[in-house]
Write a protein that binds this ligand. Structure first.
Ligand code: 6R9
Length: 660
């Protein structure tokens, strides 16, 4: 809570510089308030106007919003369009064919430029190849790819033919990949032989092989492999195909498949409060509208900008602000294969300098680790690089602490670039609460105000709005076009998770706590209120990690909590009871390492517990409930737990407090 306290007492305010206000898409607070008022006055008219302006429709829509099947809202339903057409063809038709769409920098520094015309041709060839393999509109295609031009091409190719993609982050294990392929019922998997990160080659194709061998994946008839490193791969001639061979014979013209606005553009799995990740399903029209609109509002994107979002396409940020938003806006963007610390921690700054990046978007966890690196080694300090091209800088994924905000502002932004601290989620499709760079006065650590058309509020447990200054539950009061449509194959889970009866059934529950400033109304996000952890900006369910742990033959019981961490935001702490006696010393450390490796194998390295504690038991109430509040205290290193009167077995707290 210390970080939140310091945000709430934050008195510094940074007004946007006149030079930014002058040219911004939303110029000054009156312009922001005018948009907010327009949405309040005529909600459907507002969204209809934006959708008609931002997107090209093959068949115009006649109705904006249908609430008759709430909370299964539909937007622009009788309109038809194609996402890939809006991201590629229309720019080529408008004379931007030679403009750079992608500036790809590989792990080893090699740079490849891809123009809009070239990107369209590559997307069309792969789209034709997918069709030739029998992939049809509405089929699901799983993409398990490194950061690459081919990764973006694969997503856009699916969109072109109306196939619904589901990208799985390349750090997930074969088991996680298998579960997602099975749940999605994918007909094809697009992958690479290996990926390069920080000078090391890491396997992808062999993980796909394992995932498909694990069963339940009979629907998959094609595995398309992009040759990235040329490393050895096992080959199954019945289903495996080299991407370069497959596209070589295809035409570079492919008519886009016009789909209804509600057609599922993609499914993206994310962690929730149960052990099973949810397939968040997004639409084509509403989603794409917001991807493009927020590029204009939040990033103030202009035709001469060079945009760089450092996320991976495996996360929602890489979907909205790499694959779809920048291309829909016709922008030039940098995409990066590697990691921020290779060959040294000056890599981001060097790339900004080299590519003259103007709008830069990254995660607080990256900023915090680069602060540490710069403190330790002045050679990699941002002030050693020419960052004068930067105009707007942004963050996403977790709260940014005021100290990191100030460093980002002064050392990276040179004190002149507004910081857009964008709050949003896999489910919201795009930004929902964020400053506008040419309007909003900035307060370090606050994501400030809702974007026009987003009716965010803070409520109590019964759904009643609480006064500003009082903490509560973050909700959105009306549907918006980019919101998730459902949980894939589980509409009941969608309703229960996001529109709970307890809050009245009509409020969208974000899953975060928040407080609004008493005078400005600015929002400060106070972190998740459910059993979801945020590790380096990545969502991880505690239940998922617990079920991975208890599937190990040695483990009887496990409870997972988060503890605050200076660099990663939160760190995973696991309390474990073994089926044998409690191990200590070297033996305890050896078993802890084995369990960490086990979790990495079950879910992926990001889910590995930082700390593992063994006990003869877990702290439980007399009715047998695990007391997570106590575990969170122990994880933080608190020794004397608060109130243990309801605890069945107080003695074990001492055991669990012992670090290995
Ligand atoms: C885009 C993305 C969503 C969760 C969200 C919240 C946290 C994201 C934030 C933020 C504070 C911000 N979060 N942005 N917290 N300030 N600017 O990250 O999506 O992976 O689904 O995570 O991340 O807790 O609920 P996702």
């Amino acid at each position: 809570m210390a970080a939140i306290e310091s945000v709430m007492h934050e008195g510094r305010v940074f007004e946007p510089a006149a030079s930014i206000v002058e040219t911004a898409a939303v110029s000054g607070m009156p312009a922001y308030h005018a948009l907010v008022a327009e949405a309040e006055r005529d909600y459907e008219g507002f969204w209809g106007r934006l959708a008609r302006t931002a997107l090209d429709w093959q068949t115009p829509f006649t109705k904006v919003l249908d609430e008759s099947r709430a909370p299964f809202y539909t937007w622009f339903e009788d309109g038809r369009l194609n996402a890939s057409y809006n991201c590629l063809d229309r720019h080529v038709e408008n004379g931007l064919g030679e403009k750079a769409a992608l500036i790809f920098e590989a792990d080893d520094g090699t740079v490849t430029r891809v123009s809009y015309r070239d990107l369209l041709a590559r997307v069309s060839r792969l789209a034709n190849a997918l069709k030739a393999r029998g992939v049809k509109t509405g089929d699901r295609v799983v993409i398990y790819m490194p950061m690459s031009v081919e990764g973006v091409v694969a997503m856009q190719a699916c969109a072109r033919i109306g196939a619904t993609h589901s990208v799985v982050f390349g750090g997930f294990s074969s088991k996680s990949l298998n579960e997602r392929i099975v749940d999605a019922g994918a007909v094809a998997v697009i992958t690479a032989d290996e990926q390069m990160r920080g000078g090391r080659a890491l396997p992808l194709k062999s993980i796909v092989d394992e995932a498909l061998a694990a069963g339940g994946t009979e629907t998959v008839t094609s595995v398309i492999v992009y040759r990235r490193t040329g490393g050895d791969v096992h080959w199954d001639a019945a289903r495996d195909l080299w991407l370069h061979e497959l596209v070589a014979t295809q035409s570079d013209v492919c008519a886009p498949e016009w789909v209804g606005a509600e057609h599922p553009l993609f499914i993206l799995y994310t962690s929730g409060s149960t052990g099973k990740p949810k397939g968040v399903q997004h639409s084509t029209g509403g989603y794409l509208l917001w991807a493009q609109q927020t590029m204009q509002w939040t990033f103030d994107i202009k035709s001469e900008d060079v945009f760089w979002c450092t996320a991976d396409i495996g996360w929602i940020t890489g979907h909205t602000y790499i694959c779809y938003g920048p291309t829909a806006a016709g922008a030039t963007q940098v995409i990066f294969e590697g990691v921020p610390t290779y060959p040294d921690a000056g890599r981001f700054w060097k790339m900004i300098e080299q590519h003259r990046v103007t709008v830069f978007y990254t995660a607080p966890t990256a900023i915090r680790s680069l602060i540490k690196a710069a403190d330790a080694n002045p050679e990699v300090h941002p002030r050693r690089y020419d960052l004068s091209s930067l105009r707007v800088i942004g963050t996403v994924g977790e709260p940014i602490n005021p100290a990191a905000w100030m460093w980002y502002h002064d050392e990276v932004g040179g004190g002149r670039c507004p910081i857009v601290d964008t709050f949003w989620q896999t489910e919201t499709g795009g930004h929902v609460i964020s400053p506008l760079p040419g309007a909003t006065p900035l307060v370090p650590g606050s994501c400030t105000l809702p974007l026009p058309g987003i009716l965010a509020a803070v409520v109590d447990e019964t759904g009643q709005e609480v006064p500003n200054g009082q903490g509560g539950i973050l909700v959105i009061k009306r549907p918006w076009p980019a919101m998730l449509r459902t949980v894939w194959r589980d509409p009941e889970r969608f309703r229960k998770s996001y529109f709970p009866e307890e809050l009245g059934g009509t409020l969208y529950l974000a899953g975060d706590g928040a407080v609004r400033d008493a005078t400005t109304g600015n929002f400060t996000i106070m972190g998740r209120i459910d059993d979801v952890l945020n590790i380096s900006g990545h969502r991880m369910g505690t239940m998922e990690i617990e079920s991975a742990l208890v599937s190990h033959p040695l483990v009887a019981e496990a409870a997972v909590v988060g503890r605050p961490d200076d660099t990663t935001g939160e760190a995973i702490v696991a309390f474990v009871v073994l089926k044998r006696t409690r191990p200590t010393g070297d033996e305890g450390r050896a078993i802890a390492n084995e369990l960490r490796a086990w979790v990495a194998k079950q879910i992926g390295p990001i889910a590995k517990p930082r700390d593992l504690r063994f006990g003869d038991n877990l702290p439980k109430t007399r009715s047998g409930k695990i007391m997570r509040r106590l575990l969170r205290g122990l994880a933080k290193g608190e020794t004397a737990p608060q109130d243990t009167s309801t605890l069945e077995n107080p003695a074990i707290l001492e055991q669990l407090g012992e670090a290995l």
